[in-house]
Write a protein that binds this ligand. Sequence first.
Ligand code: GDP
Length: 197
Amino acid sequence: LFAGAADFYAAAQTLDRLPPMEDVEIAFAGRSNVGKSSLINALTGRNTLARTSHTPGRTQQLNFFKVGPRLSLVDMPGYGYAAVEKAKVEAWTRLIHDYLKGRANLARVFVLIDARHGLKSLDTDVLDGLDKAAVSYQIVLTKADALKKSEVANRLAGIEAALARRPAAFPQIILTSSRDDSGVPELRAAIARLLAE
Ligand code: GDP
């Protein structure tokens, strides 16, 4: 699935610019600086597909990458960057909300959480939105390399406890690092399973 070339495909700042609902879409969401670009690049084996180390919060658009004949990855704009002015935050929230609500071909949103920081209140807000829109989501921990084994176990237990209090049944948390590529095969497998459904 990820052996071939992944290519930039479309960018949407407004709803009327979304590509047609042909492919199965898998979206990636997370706070600015969570490691989303790095993980998308690790996943697709392309180092420049998603731009890393850009000004956090600058890209207020949905980016679509085609990775197979039937699959597109959707890079959602990072949230939680304080310097983004209020009007932009509102436009962002509206775009995301409308995209999530109307996208029948969206199979899952991977919500990326920095393993060092765990679930923050903004992340919880995003999960609330996903629950409300009845969108399937799965937590992916990033930067696992930055934690000791015991810290990882505690982090996982904490997030599992928080998810267990939420309405939807939740799929397994995937632990990743784009530094050492750990968890990347598991993430690919999860995507392949969604495509097979
Ligand atoms: P984005 O803003 O979510 O797209 O995040 P980036 O991919 O640009 O990464 C933000 C910062 O986190 C950069 O300084 C990366 O070098 C760092 N980073 C990304 N992935 C990892 C990882 O797996 N482990 C560690 N330790 N740092 C990472």
